[in-house]
Ligand binder design. Structure first.
Ligand SMILES: O=C(O)C(=O)Cc1ccccc1
Length: 306
């Protein structure tokens, strides 16, 4: 039975994602994303489950930066989870008396309209996770009047639900990934995604276009692109790419090798089954068979068999 670290404490959306990804895993709740990933790196856990992005606010930057700068980890699975937020408080609390709300930054950005409309006077403070917020609010001397978290977190920490489904949109989805220490890759399924971090060799006109060209000419469809500051000054960025396909696919492997040739550093973060099961559209001339045939053709010419 694998042991998986995750963004805890009990009752986070990440825990729900972990349970769906691996119902039999032993769960190791951690105080934040970095601690969960470090538990996997150090061998205290076999892997970790962390949030990566949501459909409203985009990336969870802590996760992206950990993947780029921390000891290497490999993404082996992903999950798309619809999330619903509840306003939770100690029994007896009434909405007009709520002055301080505690929750995870990803929940703050997804519940802005509700807070502006129903809690216009309230200050909203960032918590390490939604369940950490619920746990804190449950303490009698807590400086916070309410938490925004999953309904189940309220039940777990003895809070009452003052409002349900308070997200600005009812169809928000968060993408979670399961990671492990580097090792064998998940086998290709025909519906896979690959994730890379790419650092430029040097800053020059067209550098981004050159990277995108490596994908474009091989018919590789991008599903996410993110620029993150390198920390070396304004205007210095590195890039995250998610795209369709598995590194075992010829077009994907060739695109990654192309990036390796022209970029400063390419960090491979994994090829893993897509949660939505969507198969890539393979453009004419970019299937494995067509790459193999072209390679054979070139070899024949080089061998003088024109
Ligand atoms: O804090 C949590 O419960 C998390 O798992 C992070 C998060 C926060 C808000 C939406 C989705 C995931």
């Amino acid at each position: 039975m694998p042991r998986l670290a995750y963004l805890g404490p009990e009752g986070t959306f990440t825990e729900e994602a972990l349970r769906l990804l691996d119902p039999t895993a032993e769960r190791l709740p951690c105080a934040n994303v970095s601690a969960a990933l470090n538990a996997a790196r150090a061998g205290d856990a076999d892997g970790a489950v962390v949030p990566l992005e949501n459909s409203i606010e985009g990336a969870i930057t802590t996760t992206l930066d950990e993947f780029a700068w921390g000891e290497p980890l490999l993404i082996t699975a992903e999950l798309l989870l619809p999330v619903q937020f509840s306003l939770l408080a100690r029994p007896g609390t009434e909405i007009p008396h709520i002055k301080r709300v505690y929750t995870h930054p990803a929940a703050i950005t997804q519940c802005r309209a509700f807070v502006a409309r129903e809690l216009p006077e309230a200050v909203v403070v960032s918590a390490p996770s939604t369940a950490a917020a619920a746990q804190e609010v449950s303490l009698p001397g807590s400086p916070y009047d309410a938490a925004i978290a999953a309904r189940i977190a309220g039940e777990h920490y003895g809070l009452v639900q003052l409002a349900a489904d308070i997200g600005d949109r009812s169809d928000t989805v968060t993408r979670f990934v399961k990671v492990s220490r580097p090792g064998p890759l998940p086998a290709p399924t025909g519906s896979d995604r690959t994730t890379l971090v790419v650092f430029l060799a040097d800053d020059h006109p067209g550098a981004l276009l050159e990277m995108l060209t490596e994908f474009s000419v091989r018919g590789v469809n991008l599903t996410r692109i993110e620029s993150r500051p390198t920390g070396d000054g304004i205007g210095r960025y590195f890039f995250h790419f998610d795209f369709e396909g598995h590194i075992a696919d010829a077009r994907v492997g060739e695109a990654i090798a192309g990036l390796h040739r022209i970029c400063g550093e390419v960090r491979f973060l994994g090829s893993y089954p897509r949660a939505d099961g969507i198969a890539p559209q393979i453009k004419r001339g970019t299937s494995d068979a067509e790459f193999a045939e072209a390679g054979d053709w070139l070899a024949r010419i080089r061998a003088g068999q024109v």
